[in-house]
Design a protein around this ligand. Structure first.
Ligand code: 9GP
Length: 832
């Protein structure tokens, strides 16, 4: 069959190349070959992982053809390139995504079937690379997908952490962390480029001397040198030939061990340096929205930024270009402040290595970088203790002092006499201990600064970056986040994808605005029925997973009310718990009341050192234990905490959501992207006017969105007037009952102390205004319940949510970045 049937149609006269062909028979042949020649196995003894690998390598071959063509064309035609610098990439599993982007999902499924394999079962096997914490890392992954789909020459640079975000388990209601050994079975998607490595210096001191021409020169004598080795992963666009590179750096020792120590019999010292060097890319810091001023983290940041900038300069010079034109070749996007040290590092490379003068080096640097801010939380803005910084990067400390000296001179003239403002703009913070302000370095060194949703960008200008906005208003922009419809619809929800494409064709997958054509079908009763049937099937599938994972029965006919994201006080998972307990109490008081059955599904990780977030998880599980087993409730409400929220699990959860909970305190969530994925999958949002919720509501229509709570302005006002949570508690009997109940030990086997830290922080501080928003939230939830009773109307609202989400494609975001910040153009790639 192979010899006659290259395209799987039985008519092809020639045999497809087994590494590039896309037909069923060719894929079968490739899988069998890989099993034999790559895995060294034959079917009788092959494991599930062997087959997964065999398929992955077959797919990788096809990616490589496009990847090589892309790189070749970029080099030959010398295109301008976007370099996306991000300490995190939350990629999610590769296989199914690559099959979709190659357009061979069905063919591969068929090939597997003919080999007696179940593709879906093999896909389930894939361990995802969890090289990120949450929104910021996932955004970087969506952007890589869109860059390739829009055929924009781009390189993503980051760190190849050996251990990604921890795996979460729940024991006795508490979060327990386990290491994420994602590389244990190998990674078929990457190629190690051992020839591509750079030396990265740390510590030591700087020698200053005059050269023969009398020029002041600096020679950094490091205490430690680490080697950064490139590991490349191709990122293919959707049904295009463009495959861009994600280049992640692994840290290694320049030498495997120290021979002198080894010969002297001191084995530990002989391998010590190897361990120190490898530690740098060993593990991802598991904190989201929280800085940790640890030496290793600074080392990680500098490590990947220096490797990346040296790499870019190398690419530029190898193309025969001049260092003076670096900024014309590359535009470098700083994903938050984690790579902001790049500003000082590019200055160092241009001056100390490439011998440019200060003025020209600064001119190039400040035309190269653009900075995206992802948070309004002041505690998440990175600073480094100056002494620590100087001990890791002594040369950069000098450079930052000099950048700052020149800047402060300028600001002093511009802002004559306004010492407070000048000191807030300074790159160096004063106090008992001095510190470096990375956001200020990023603002000063970048030609563009953007927030990630309209409200966020406005608040940046009014709050954390106010002084910068007033000094340099021309730099400020907004780029509302987006999500890739390929992963979050086509892959996660093939059933809905088919239903939609059956009505309006497939154009929406690349141009999400086309979903608008679905609107008229919201009035078609038959379509509404089919729509709800797909939702029901996805709920059934999730219910099955919940049963398997947690042993809890949930009813797919109940409303699936979903709150999934990192656990954080500002995201207010505990407000949801207050609602659940309120509902529980209502039913307890009137067991025969007519209540819409609901399943509350939570998921999310807490930073391991964030005690209150971990307590919130325990509270959810404790409430679940009581509610789920109370005979008065009789299964009408269920509470589930689905462990180990990651991309794989998210893909199963979003399509099953009826309700999307986006309940952060207004003015705290920069954007959110889960809100977009849920609404795209037809969930109705219960939300505050925070982050991108504002724009989602504008798009889907206020009648299709459940709004509650204070606005950002009202939050600021309530706080400035002296907010007293206790007053809300004492004046609202339902709220009081809920808090007292938690405090009494009702949900914790009569242990009244477990949740005290949490309830005390609400009663006496309540930074995130749960109590102020409580009644509004409860009232809105009553409206949700009413709306759900009319399933036909609900279906209509659900369809309109999906139909109106066109704006929230990451393709739209990337197009805006390209046109308004990066000034880069698409380059369609042709295959040889
Ligand atoms: O908290 C923001 C989230 O709102 C946003 O959607 C995401 C991507 O822009 O970034 C998150 N920020 C961080 O993870 C750290 O600043």
């Amino acid at each position: 069959a192979d010899a006659t049937n290259g395209n799987g149609n039985g008519h092809s006269p020639y045999l497809e190349d087994s590494r590039t062909g896309l037909g069923v028979d060719t894929l079968k042949r490739a899988i069998r070959n890989n099993l034999f020649y790559v895995q060294g196995k034959f079917p009788e003894i092959a494991t599930r992982n062997d087959y997964y690998m065999a398929i992955a390598y077959a797919v990788r071959d096809r990616l490589l053809q496009r990847w090589v063509a892309s790189v070749k064309q970029y080099i030959q035609e010398k295109h301008r390139v976007v370099a996306y610098l991000s300490a995190e990439y939350l990629l999610g599993p590769h296989l199914a995504n690559n099959l979709i982007n190659l357009g061979i999902y069905k063919e591969t499924e068929q090939a597997c079937k003919e080999l007696g394999l179940d593709l879906e079962w093999l896909i389930e096997k894939e361990v995802e690379p969890g090289l990120g914490n949450g929104g910021l890392g996932r955004l970087a992954a969506c952007y890589m997908d869109s860059l390739a789909t829009l055929e924009v020459p781009a390189i993503g640079y980051g760190i190849r952490y050996q251990f990604g975000i921890f795996e979460q388990d729940i024991r006795d209601g508490w979060q327990v962390e386990d290491t994420d050994n994602w590389l244990r079975r190998g990674n078929p998607w990457e190629i190690a480029r051992r020839e591509l490595s750079y030396d990265i210096k740390f510590g030591g001191y700087v020698q200053t001397y005059l050269d023969r021409a009398g020029k002041l020169c600096f020679n950094w004598i490091p205490e430690l040198v680490v080697k950064g080795v490139a590991y490349d992963t191709p990122i293919l666009g959707y049904k295009v030939n463009t495959a861009n590179t994600l280049r992640l750096w692994k840290s290694e020792a320049p030498h495997s061990f120290d021979f002198q120590s080894f010969n002297a019999g001191d084995y530990n010292s002989a391998v010590n340096s190897k361990i120190i060097c490898e530690n740098i890319s060993k593990v991802l810091y598991p904190n989201d929205e929280q800085i940790e001023g640890k030496r290793l983290r600074l080392q990680q940041q500098y490590f990947f930024v220096s490797c990346s900038l040296q790499d870019m300069i190398g690419i530029h010079l190898r193309q025969g270009e001049k260092i003076h034109d670096f900024h014309k070749k590359f535009v470098v996007q700083l994903n938050d402040t984690h790579p902001a040290i790049g500003v000082a590092e590019l200055m160092r490379l241009l001056m100390d290595v490439h011998q440019l003068e200060w003025e020209e080096a600064w001119d190039i640097t400040s035309k190269t970088f653009a900075y995206t801010n992802h948070t309004l939380l002041p505690e998440a803005l990175e600073t480094w203790d100056l002494q620590l910084f100087g001990s890791v990067l002594p040369r950069h400390l000098q450079l930052i002092y000099e950048i700052n000296r020149r800047f402060v001179d300028y600001a002093t003239i511009k802002l004559y006499g306004n010492h407070q403002k000048i000191s807030s703009l300074s790159l160096i913070g004063e106090g008992p201990r001095k510190y470096i302000k990375m956001a200020n370095l990023a603002c000063l060194g970048s030609f563009a600064i953007n927030g990630v949703a309209a409200l966020h960008s406005e608040l940046l200008k009014k709050t954390v970056l106010k002084d910068w906005y007033e000094l340099m208003p021309h730099k400020f922009q907004n780029k509302t986040n987006g999500v890739t419809p390929r992963r979050w619809m086509v892959l996660a929800n093939p059933e809905l994808t088919n239903l939609i494409s059956g009505k309006i064709g497939e154009g929406w997958i690349k141009n999400l605005h086309e979903l608008k054509q679905l609107e008229p079908f919201a009035d078609d009763p038959e379509f509404r029925k089919e729509w709800m049937q797909v939702k029901f099937n996805k709920k059934k599938a999730l219910a099955k997973r919940i049963k398997k994972r947690l042993g809890v029965d949930v009813d797919p006919n109940s409303m699936f009310d979903i709150l999934v994201k990192r656990i954080h006080e500002y995201k207010r998972q505990h407000l949801k718990v207050l609602h659940i307990i309120t509902l529980y109490n209502q039913i307890k008081k009137n067991p025969s009341m007519d209540v819409v059955p609901r399943t509350f599904i939570f998921a999310g990780k807490a930073a391991p050192g964030y005690r209150k977030a971990k307590l919130m998880i325990k509270l959810i599980n404790s409430v679940g234990e009581i509610v789920n087993n109370d005979p008065d409730i009789n299964g009408r409400i269920k509470v589930v905490f689905y462990p180990n929220y990651n991309v794989t699990n998210a893909q199963k959860i979003y399509p099953a959501a009826d309700v999307s909970e986006q309940i952060s305190t207004a003015g705290k969530e920069a954007s959110g992207t889960g809100n977009m994925k849920l609404s795209l999958n037809g969930a109705l949002t219960v939300g505050t006017l925070d982050g991108a919720n504002v724009e989602i509501r504008e798009c889907v229509g206020e009648e299709n969105f459940f709004l509650f709570g204070l606005t950002a302005d009202e939050v600021a006002k309530v706080k400035s007037e002296g907010y007293k949570p206790w007053d809300y508690y004492s004046e609202n009997p339902n709220l009081k009952e809920v808090i007292d109940q938690i405090n009494s030990g009702y949900f914790s086997h009569l242990d009244s102390k477990v949740f005290k830290e949490l309830t005390d922080s609400l009663l006496y501080d309540d930074q995130y205004l749960l109590f102020a928003d409580y009644q509004s939230y409860i009232d809105t939830q009553a409206k949700v319940e009413e709306a759900f009773k009319d399933q036909d109307k609900w279906a209509r609202m659900s369809i309109l949510n999906t139909a109106r989400m066109g704006k929230f494609s990451s393709d739209r975001s990337i197009r805006e970045y390209c046109d308004e910040i990066w000034k880069v153009e698409s380059v369609p790639v042709t295959l040889d």
